[in-house]
Design a protein around this ligand. Sequence first.
Ligand code: ABC
Ligand code: CA
Length: 595
Amino acid sequence: MAASKSFFAPLLACGLLAGSCVQGDLSGVRDVPLGPNVEEWREEIIYQLLTDRFANGDAQTDHRIMPGALARYQGGDWQGLIDHLDYLEELGVTSLWISPIVLNVDFDAGFDAYHGYWAVDLERLNPHFGDLATLRAFVNEAHARGMSVLLDIVTNHLGQVFYYDINGNGQPDDSIAGSGTRSPLSRISEYDPDYDPRGIQGYTSLGESGPAIIRFFDMPEIFRVLPNPPVFQNPEVYNRRGRIVDYNVREQVVLGDFPGGLKDLDTTRQDVRDAMVDAYVRWVLLTDIDGFRIDTLKHVEYGFWEDFAPRVRQRLAERGKTNFLLFGEAFDGDDALLGSYTQPGRLDSVFYFSQKFWVFQDVFQRGGATSQIARLFAQRGANYGSAPQEGGVGVAPRDLLVNFMDNHDVPRFLYDRPDAQGPAALRAALAYLLTEDGIPCIYYGTEQEYAGGNDPANREPLWWSGYRTDGETFRWIARLTRIRRGYRALTHGDFQLVWTTEHTGAEGDAGVVAFERQSPDGDYATVVINAQGAHGSETGFEGNAMRLERAPGSTLVDVLSGESFSVGADGTLRVAVGPYGARILVPQDQVIGGL
Ligand code: ABC
Ligand code: CA
């Protein structure tokens, strides 16, 4: 397919297509004025979107798109984000996490880099999404509406920028006969060979011939060119051990290529660390974005984070950008492992993956006992950083976890709940997500009740929905985001579970989870949710009932229904909540009208 002139213009200007990049790049471009923008990250509500899938606002960037083929580019861009800020404002989200922006290897093995995780040049933008002026305009307009912007970055690997020339024939072979310890009958790929602790070995007819030759690609038509900055053109900066085959082996996870041929960088090298700090700090200086969502934490040694995080904070603070959020993705159910990335000197926060599995999946999706929520919460204090990071965002990591129920790497919540009650279960889960402590994160399309399965089916274009704002789930999120932002107890309060249960059947309290949130200023809320849909339940069982830190006789008002409840003489409160229902109870004198 022929490329349009305008699409390649930004690259032609820098000579990329001619194989070099000497002029017209962004190195001479002036920085923008920076400001902290976000005062308090606990007040933010993140919305995760893939730029290619959110909105197509500029037909000029529609290069190689294949509408409906979800492993290929669909045409979304930064102009599309600008065009739909009203939609996001109506939903009530405040912090927009956009997919990676840098130039990628455009196409590989039937897949496109529409997601952005296949970097080839950290100093240039991916032209599928627009140019610097449009990106800046997007950040500016988001800021003007009181929103912040989070950028997704990858430090662990680049895209498939080279192949291992194992048989030394000077060309990349999809499949060649195996060698060394492998059976001679096995076939291996020069793009993505299996992990070898010695490094990938070459061979000749005489046997193994030492480390395989590394050959970089030169396919400018799909941006599969020499990586940039130039330090990445040195084979020594890669670990060169082939792909992770066993995620349970730590050495492979840290030193192996990411499955799909994404080449693992030797992140212990100072030149690699410097290049990452320089490249990503530069994007902040150029655009004034407010934080990084960092990919693949598990695949990088701790020493890297202890170098990267403080230096990024310092470099940005020097330019006036304080309170910059650094959080990341360790895809794992092991709560202690997640917490390890938030220990002193590391990151401000991580995605709360253990909660995704233990709570959103096991309890809200599958009807497991809410006592599991208490079992996970009991580990929080021991596993996560208990003091704010130096020079960071001022809140202890354990009070700032990023809560989510699904994302672009896992099937959507509704995929596993195709039954008629699925949307009600989703709304109960959303009630929990938007009232618990930490920062809520909503994956785009949740508001439209999207139900896609595994990658890439879970990355549906949002325009398929017509951007409707009148659906029940859209309205529910819009209501909860306003309540969350209105009641300080829900953003600044602590978190104490006051009722969970082992019961999942016909018992009177089956499915109930209730918690109290109280801020140092005296703001207070009790949230009661029924995580099952078979019957109404209440916050008590037999002789016991939920006990609150409220004076006997005081009145609590459910801001969702307007109903009032009176705390009993013994400090307990027995509240009924319908199937998949929720109540947000606040003291009568704290009720805010109109929410
Ligand atoms: C493409 C295709 C896929 C194909 C794949 C090989 O290639 O689309 O269909 O299967 C990007 C793209 C992907 C693309 C990949 C590779 O690149 O988005 O579409 O896949 O080209 C991050 C990002 C993710 C991104 C990358 C790479 C990393 O969010 O979007 O992918 O930059 C691992 C990583 C994690 C990564 C995730 C996709 O894979 O650790 O960083 N996400 C276990 C492992 C995890 C593993 C997970 C999924 O499986 O422990 O490390 O995540 O593979 C729990 C356990 C967990 C366990 C889960 C399944 O169960 O506690 O440990 O996770 O109970
Ligand atoms: Ca690594």
